[in-house]
Design a protein. Structure first.
Length: 284
């Protein structure tokens, strides 16, 4: 029992020494910066890939967001439909740069957790982060669609494309299991590939399971707290949604880095690390 308590103190000290809250905050900042440009990009793309009119899109979005955000939504959609040519280019660049900077912050945090010195060149690192960012966005959108909007999506498909409604209905019925599996695989790959060293996927699996469970459990508990006990609206007013999103994301980023700490703690990864060599190493 005493040994277990000592292990707990050692783990807690390691989390503090590796500055997990600092790197989590940095990642949260840049990801939050990318949210609004990414939403604008997504809404712009909807114009080209869906038959929705501007009025239909506004009506749908107003049904999804709080009432106090309706005016903001209306102005954003109106701006998108009047200036879509140049705006889509700007939003793509802004969203990808901001989001990739958040991924880079996670990568730096993982390097610090694994005590690995980054050896990859800046250009290669940024290109890698862009690639990971796109994958991350796709996974987040897929999880959001099947977990949050799954029932509405199924109703829409039954009316518009009844041929695939049976298949989509089966996918929706197992959406929780599907989302858990996808997130676990993603976090396993993240711990194995993001940092500047090589290691096996199976060594990163325990932390990935913890992170997936931590994300889902925390999100569930957080939603209950917000619905029943929170007084944030009295403190922050119209900024409540943004503040809550920042708080949720900050805790989730800490869970990601703590999952990496668990892998190091269980596997002693520092003794089995092969640094990724740069394309051209030239000491100055």
């Amino acid at each position: 029992m005493i040994g277990l308590i000592q292990k707990g103190f050692q783990f807690s000290r390691r989390v503090s020494d590796d500055k997990v809250p600092v790197y989590a905050g940095q990642a949260t900042l840049f990801i939050i910066f990318s949210v609004f440009p990414f939403i604008m990009l997504l809404l712009t793309l909807i114009q080209y890939i869906s038959p929705l009119s501007q009025a239909d899109l506004v009506s749908m979005l107003n049904g999804l967001v709080p009432d106090y955000l309706n005016n903001l939504v209306n102005s954003i959609v109106d701006e998108l439909y009047t200036n879509n040519g140049t705006l889509i280019s700007i939003t793509i660049i802004t969203a990808l740069w901001s989001a990739s900077r958040g991924i880079l912050a996670i990568e730096q945090g993982l390097n610090n957790v694994f005590h690995v010195k980054e050896t990859r060149g800046y250009l290669k690192l940024r290109i890698t982060c862009f690639f990971y960012t796109i994958i991350f966005i796709v996974i987040v959108l897929f999880s959001l669609i099947i977990l949050v909007f799954g029932n509405k999506l199924q109703m829409f498909l039954e009316q518009v494309i009844p041929v695939i409604a049976h298949i989509s209905g089966y996918i929706i019925s197992i959406r929780t299991i599907l989302a858990v599996g996808i997130l676990t695989l993603f976090f396993t790959a993240m711990y194995a590939l993001f940092p500047g060293r090589k290691t096996s996927l199976k060594r990163q699996f325990p932390g990935a399971v913890f992170t997936t469970a931590g994300w889902l459990i925390f999100s569930f508990v957080f939603s209950i707290y917000i619905d029943n006990f929170s007084n944030f609206s009295y403190m922050y007013g119209s900024l409540t949604a943004i503040v809550l999103a920042m708080l949720w994301l900050y805790i989730c980023m800490q869970i990601v880095l703590i999952g990496a700490e668990i892998n190091v703690f269980l596997n002693d990864d520092e003794n089995d690390i092969t640094p990724i060599q740069p394309l051209a190493s030239k000491d100055k």
